[in-house]
Design a protein around this ligand. Structure first.
Ligand code: TYD
Length: 137
């Protein structure tokens, strides 16, 4: 998998109805979680993201709805659809991401390795490519 690693989030049916998903610090998540955030109330067809991070690592998951991820790093570019609450995607540093809301009100949750730091963002695609190319030399 080019831009990420797909993990299975433990998910169990609960007594009356529905499912419960959970994850804990495991070898599957290669960092300590310092921050959780989520993006909600997004209309269908919205595109977000368009950045990479210099250091930050994240796990992305979608507890409700359908979101397409486009991920790109030194290994290439790939698309993955998040529509299953029991699926998570581990995104390492220096990975460009774009997200497309395929369904209204889909929720994107993120568990991140660090606090919010503006200076960690790479918002320019050319700059991202330059950094990836340099790290490859
Ligand atoms: P941003 O990362 O720009 O979202 P996107 O690129 O997906 O549109 O974040 C939007 C705003 O929220 C920006 O002003 C920064 C702020 N923000 C925080 O204060 N803390 C956070 O953990 C995140 C993710 C964003």
């Amino acid at each position: 998998v080019a831009g990420c690693r797909v993990i299975h989030i433990k998910t169990i049916p609960t007594v009356n109805a529905g499912e419960l998903s959970y994850f804990e610090a495991t070898h599957e998540i290669p960092f300590d979680i310092k921050r959780i955030y989520y993006i909600s109330k997004v209309p269908e067809g919205t595109r977000r993201g368009f950045h990479a991070h210099k250091e930050l690592k994240q796990v992305l998951f979608c507890p409700y709805g359908r979101i397409q991820l486009v991920l790109e790093n030194k290994n290439g570019r790939e698309e993955i659809e998040l529509s299953d609450p029991s699926i998570g995607v581990v995104i390492e540093e220096c990975t460009w991401r774009e997200m497309l809301w395929l369904q209204k009100d889909s929720v994107l949750c993120v568990a991140a390795s660090d606090f919010y730091k503006t200076e960690d963002y790479i918002r320019d695609y050319d700059e991202f490519n330059e950094i990836v190319r340099k790290s490859h030399d």
